[in-house]
Ligand binder design. Structure first.
Ligand code: ADP
Length: 610
């Protein structure tokens, strides 16, 4: 990384820290300055006191020096205690703001980035790195340490400066004094640079091992894998992996500690030799009568503090530089652009609900993939129509829906709403016209009503009505607190567990509550039992009302009532038409799929007989 890049990252990091919590950053810096001013008060006044004693000054002067020492330190301590308590309280604010800014970023990202494996890995890596103490959290401690050492360096320098103006001390001795200090700092810098390089290499390896370890931990700890692990006897090999991981960690840390210890020992030995030389120089000055007894004490203390602060500053700078690699990754996540075209047109709110959607020669490839998931798709449908999409797994049905609701933009071609390219509409407004239940929908550990309304405020009657429409009525009646009941136990111990089929009904109720002109159901009944499935189908026309419904299903019998059926195969639409038209085309895929499934259905109900 170039020097200018280091400066840019440092500057951005400090700005970021202030933007997350101004009070935390301010208290942190002020407190670091105050705490490091404190040791200099007794050094300064003790030297004055010794000299006053030596010169036999009146006792009032001695008492004044003592009172000033204690009084100033007392005031500084009070202020520092206040600042550090403010800082510790603001630490929570910093933590929450950081969590929130990270989550907010995830919400602002294009959906394509959320699904992108590289982005997922980056996010995981950043989380893992922050556990090793680096990235933003290291920034707080390194800022504090740097401010501390800078304060001590400045104070020590200002209190030793007078040494260089003493006339009786030969220039050579003065130069030797400076060289001794510089050499100590240089040795410290070289040793700490070497230590940091070794350490950052070690951390890098650990982070990679931990990312893998975390994945295995997820498998072992998550209840959904518990059944498979037990049934297939996978526990031993999974635990074996974690044992190997630990021994690899141990081997790496032992290697590191030996190298580190040797370097530190060499550094400590050298710096003490040099410190001794500094002592000799000061003794020489004292013996030749150039400095007073009090000044010796002051110079010795200040020079020792200066050396310690300088080598600490050097090692802090080194660490900050290492941390820049992590911060760069952290900021690269925050900087992930949203390449989706952000239109500004408002979606016309039509009283007649006359929306018209058209896919015009649409092709699409997922990011970082070679093959097309959709190829030359052309389809038109209008509001109020009931469209069914059928086809084998992987034929592109879900991708079609993802494009229609702008989770992705087409690679080629256009999707039009009322003749206007959907990219030109304001994104949030455009999204507001869709209610979708995806196969992999997600409910949250909030109240049932909040889940249905997808928000913290909801109309209980309306939520209950939608739940009844979705076939959840009986279960709702059995819930002690009705729509106020918490789902799952994440936020409330009395939360109710619900089955996959019941969850699917709640997801359907959520789509109904939104009351958008488009209702899209992607395999909405896959987790329902045959009776519930039949109930949903038979009341579906009533539930959907005049909404446009797009209905994806493997089960062709459930699509028969739709006005139009589009048959997908290998990313393209190969047939469109009503059930009657399609079934009469004996060479078509629909005919083949229908007959493959026909044994499971009775003609009259379209419900399962098996
Ligand atoms: P269907 O809904 O008909 O089962 P999909 O639309 O989910 O099919 O998938 C169509 C094709 O796109 C499949 O080959 C699938 O592997 C691929 N695909 C789906 N999602 C992604 C993704 N996020 N990244 C890359 N390829 C994907």
């Amino acid at each position: 990384m170039k020097f200018t890049e280091h400066i840019q990252i440092s500057e951005r990091a400090i700005r970021h820290l202030f933007s997350l919590s101004r009070s935390y950053a301010t208290c942190l810096i002020l407190n670091a300055v105050l705490q490091n001013l404190m040791p200099y008060v007794p050094i300064y006044f003790s030297a004055r006191l010794i000299d006053a004693l030596y010169e036999r000054q009146p006792v009032q002067v001695l008492i004044l020096y003592a009172a000033l020492t204690v009084g100033i330190v007392f005031l500084l301590s009070l202020l520092s205690a206040y600042l550090s308590s403010r800082r510790d309280i603001a630490n929570q604010e910093l933590y929450l703001s950081e969590e929130w800014s990270f989550s907010q970023k995830a919400m602002e990202m294009a959906y394509a980035s959320i699904e992108d494996p590289d982005v997922m890995l980056l996010r995981k890596r950043i989380a893992m790195e922050s556990q090793t103490g680096y990235d933003l959290w290291y920034l707080t401690s390194s800022t504090e340490s740097l401010v501390s050492s800078a304060t001590r360096i400045l104070m020590s320098l200002s209190m030793t400066l007078s040494f260089f103006f003493l006339e009786g001390i030969p220039l050579l001795i003065k130069l030797g004094f400076v060289a001794g200090i510089l050499l100590t700092i240089l040795c410290g810098a070289l040793a700490s640079r070497k230590c940091e390089t070794i350490f950052s290499h070690f951390l890098d390896t650990c982070v990679r091992l931990n990312v893998f370890g975390g994945k295995y931990g997820d498998y072992i700890g998550h209840y959904s894998s518990g059944k498979d692990i037990r049934l297939y006897g996978m526990a031993e090999s999974l635990l074996g992996f974690s044992v190997n991981l630990k021994s690899e960690h141990h081997r790496l840390s032992m290697k590191l500690s030996w190298k580190w210890a040797a370097l530190k020992a060499a550094d400590v030995a050298l710096s003490h030799v040099l410190k001794f030389c500094v002592y000799l120089i000061l003794l020489y000055a004292a013996l030749s009568g150039q400095i007073t007894v009090g000044s010796i004490a002051r110079y010795v203390s200040c020079v020792m503090l200066l050396l310690a602060a300088a080598s600490e500053a050097v090692s802090n700078v080194q660490r900050a530089i290492v941390n820049h690699t992590y911060l760069k990754r952290y900021f690269s996540y925050l900087d992930i652009p949203n390449p989706m075209y952000q239109g500004s047109l408002t979606v016309e709110k039509r009283d007649d609900n006359e929306y018209f959607v058209e896919f015009r020669d649409v092709s699409f490839r997922y990011p970082n993939t070679e093959s097309y998931a959709l190829r030359h798709v052309n389809l038109k449908f209008r509001i109020g129509e009931k469209l069914a999409i059928v086809g084998k797994n992987g034929s592109g049905k879900t991708t079609f829906i993802k494009l229609m609701c702008r989770l992705y933009d087409p690679t080629e071609g256009q999707i039009l709403l009322n003749g206007v390219d959907i990219r030109k509409y304001d994104y949030d407004e455009y999204m507001s016209i869709f209610s979708i239940v995806f196969q992999d929908f997600r409910l949250f550990g909030f109240r049932l009503g909040e889940n249905v309304a997808a928000g913290s405020s909801y109309d209980p009657q309306r939520a209950a009505h939608c739940l009844e429409q979705a076939g959840f009525g009986e279960r709702l009646a059995a819930m002690p607190e009705g729509t106020d009941t918490f789902l799952y136990k994440e936020f409330d111990e009395s939360g109710m567990e619900i089955s996959g089929g019941e969850a699917q009904k709640v997801a359907l109720a959520r789509a109904l509550y939104k009351d958008a002109p488009f209702l899209i159901l992607d395999e909405p009944t896959s987790a329902l039992d045959p009776v519930s499935e039949y109930e949903v189908y038979s009341s579906f026309n009533e539930i959907a009302g005049d909404k446009t419904t797009i209905y994806i299903s493997h089960r062709l019998a459930s699509c028969r009532f739709c006005d139009k059926i589009a048959v997908f195969d290998s990313g393209g639409i190969v047939q469109t038409g009503s059930h009657g038209t399609l079934i009469s085309d004996e060479g078509g895929i629909y005919h083949a799929l229908w007959h493959a499934q026909a044994q499971y259905y009775t003609e009259e109900a379209g419900a399962y007989t098996a």
